[in-house]
Design a protein around this ligand. Structure first.
Ligand code: AMP
Ligand code: MG
Length: 413
């Protein structure tokens, strides 16, 4: 048996980052950039008004107040998207809308709330009273203030969030080079498995693992390919495991313990390479890892919770690495254990548990009563995996313990 750390390190050492692909802007959301994104223009592209108001010469309104308003002649109305035609001279102003180009001659904008219209409602040919002074450049967004043409606005390795999508759009990129989503093959094994639409007969159970795994793959940013069920024969198992090469990664469930019908390990040794198959952990000590024709292969145990915990600890970080992420692990937090726990001394435990904030920045944590690895309820109701180290057999209430937050993404700590 190897430790969880050694298993994780072995897995990650076998994983390489997938090749980039160019995808439409919106499809890049949540993915990792494979190249810098360079702007083709200055942003802002021209000096423009940050407010609805009047473009004027700041020297004209020096010392202006409510009581000592300065009257300016209005020479033009400039909506957004329209090029100004007139130069603003001394004693003049142009009515201007947010985002409209600042006319030549003007060096500040006073917002409309600090003005009072006179003749002609403050429109062209009329006049306006300015009730405040203005600083040079006030309310003007300068050309190239945010970005200069040729600047990189997004950097290789950055994760594309909504603001990055907007930035890329503003600098003329309709598509982006990002790392590929891992294509993950999912195979369940077992003679007892029936489809979700079927009522299980005697000795049968529904194949829930294909679904929970596919959901975990989607949740980790991958593309699940459910290949179906391998029966507990070498031929059936070989037929599905032999397809590993069509995918970036293959995950199977069941058939890796020492039961008479556990053929996954046997077939893997025959058509691929087995790196390890037992990890000192609970749930799910049998965790096979290897490669089939160069494709990383995970043989997770069959019990539904063991399957999900194995995915969480080993497959998810591997998928994130493939997709170009550098933060591969969920945030961890210390919490005070609310009850005693007895455990096997030689195993790391990952209890399904609920972390509750105490209000002062600390947390308490309680494990679900029923820790059977056959039950998904505790996994569903919990929000963390409570990790208890090997080397201990009894952890008393009040101890400080470490929890892996399943309710937060990597890089959000
Ligand atoms: P195994 O590792 O094949 O011995 O399976 C361990 C336990 O997990 C058995 O009780 C199986 O019936 C159950 N199991 C295996 N595969 C699945 C699956 N795809 N969906 C739900 N339960 C499963
Ligand atoms: Mg089985």
């Amino acid at each position: 048996m190897i430790t969880v750390e050694d298993a994780t390190a072995q897995v990650l050492s076998r994983i390489s980052v997938l090749k980039p692909e160019r995808v439409p802007l919106l499809a890049a959301l949540g993915r990792v950039l494979a190249e810098d994104v360079i702007s083709d223009i200055d942003v802002a592209p021209f000096d423009n008004s940050a407010m609805d108001g009047y473009a004027l010469r700041h020297a004209d309104v020096e010392g202006a107040t409510e009581q000592a308003a300065v009257r300016l002649a209005v020479i033009e109305h400039i909506p957004a998207g329209v090029q100004p035609q007139k130069m603003v001279g001394a004693g003049q102003a142009s009515r201007i809308m947010t985002g409209a180009p600042v006319p030549v001659g003007a060096d500040a904008v006073v917002r409309v709330e600090r003005t009072r219209p006179c003749e002609g409602q403050g429109g062209p040919g009329g006049s306006v009273q300015i009730l405040t002074s203005a600083k040079l450049g006030e309310n003007i967004r300068g050309r190239g203030e945010e970005v200069k043409a040729g600047d990189a606005v997004l950097l290789i390795g950055e994760v594309v969030g909504p603001a990055a999508v907007g930035l890329a759009a503003s600098v003329g990129h309709a598509d982006l080079a990002v790392h590929r989503r891992p294509r993950v093959a999912i195979v369940s094994t077992g003679d007892e498995l029936v489809d979700v639409r079927q009522k299980p007969g005697p000795g049968q159970i529904r194949n829930s693992n294909s679904y929970s795994l596919a959901a975990q793959v989607v949740d980790a940013g991958g593309e699940p390919h459910v290949l179906g069920v391998a029966r507990d024969t070498e031929e059936s198992t070989r037929a599905l495991l032999g397809r590993a090469g069509e995918f970036d990664l293959m995950v199977t469930t069941g058939g890796v313990s020492v039961g008479d019908f556990d053929v996954v390990k046997k077939v893997l040794e025959e058509i691929g390479e087995l790196d390890f198959w037992r990890v000192a952990m609970r749930p799910g000590a049998p965790q096979a890892f290897g490669t089939i024709g160069g494709t990383p292969f995970f043989g997770l145990p069959g019990n539904p919770t063991s399957t999900m915990v194995g995915f969480e600890l080993f497959v998810r970080p591997a998928m994130l690495k493939m997709a170009g992420f550098t933060s591969l692990f969920r945030p961890r937090v210390n919490a005070t254990l609310t009850h005693d726990v007895s455990k096997k001394v030689d195993r790391r435990y990952f209890l399904r548990a609920r972390l509750v904030p105490s209000g002062d920045g600390t947390y308490s944590v309680a494990a679900a009563d029923n820790q059977s690895s056959a039950l998904l309820t505790a996994m569903h109701r919990g929000n963390c995996l409570l990790s208890l180290p090997e080397g201990e057999s009894f952890i008393p209430a009040g101890s400080t313990v470490m929890c892996i937050r399943l309710d937060m993404g990597e890089g959000t700590a």
